[in-house]
Design a protein around this ligand. Structure first.
Ligand code: IMP
Ligand code: MG
Length: 190
């Protein structure tokens, strides 16, 4: 048995690299340019959904050239397994008041869509001026609710992915690329 979290374990559980660090970087630059154009003359309140989005958000905000305030929310839907429970719990809410502000939610991945759907419903009741989402990955094949993803980096294959913020048993969020774990590694998650 090799300890999870170690380089040796990481190398053992990679089935294939799905998105390389360099292609992620290039995509983030493009997203930043698009968001900059769309919000010209406005100020953005960027809300990162912890924990998965922190890596993407850190890179994305440095590519956006309008004034930005940042905040974070921590929500939980998966509770340590890879299947969604359909219940979204707000563990940490925003500190900022979002009333009449242009809000951009940053997500790592929109998968079933339940997290974003529920988050959006909650935030809409607070009357922001506008509310959009930018997700690094969009896994449309697994959708359970109809949500519109305003900005996204990549179409995601219908696989459980790890790296660049996405965790495997809370490990490997710091991995600079995104990979698909082996079947054996995925079995450990069930
Ligand atoms: P959704 O509610 O199914 O759209 O999923 C929302 C959250 O589940 C994401 O923000 C991720 O934190 C997590 N998640 C979904 N798919 C994956 C994956 O492939 N790898 C790691 N985390 C995932
Ligand atoms: Mg997660």
């Amino acid at each position: 048995m090799v300890d999870p979290g170690s380089q040796e374990h990481l190398e053992k559980i990679i089935d294939s690299v799905v998105f390389e660090a360099e292609e992620i970087h290039q995509k983030v630059v493009k997203l930043g340019e698009k968001i900059t154009r769309d919000y010209q003359g406005k100020e953005l309140l960027v809300i990162g959904v912890l924990r998965g989005a922190f890596m993407f958000m850190a890179d994305l905000v440095r590519q956006i050239e309008v004034p930005i305030c940042m905040d974070f929310m921590l929500v939980s839907s998966y509770e340590n397994s890879r299947e969604t429970s359909g219940i979204v719990r707000i563990i940490k809410d925003t500190k900022e008041n979002i009333y009449e502000r242009d809000v951009l939610i940053v997500e790592d991945i929109v998968d079933s869509g339940l997290t974003y759907h529920n988050l959006r419903k909650t935030l809409e009741t607070r009357d922001p001026a506008s509310l959009a989402v930018c997700s690094l990955l969009n896994k449309e094949a697994n959708r359970q609710v109809d949500v519109e993803v305003d900005y996204y980096g990549f179409d995601s294959p219908d696989d459980f992915l790890v790296g660049y913020g996405l965790d495997y048993k809370e490990y490997y969020r710091e991995c600079p690329f995104i990979f698909k774990p082996t079947v054996e590694a995925l079995r450990e998650l069930d």
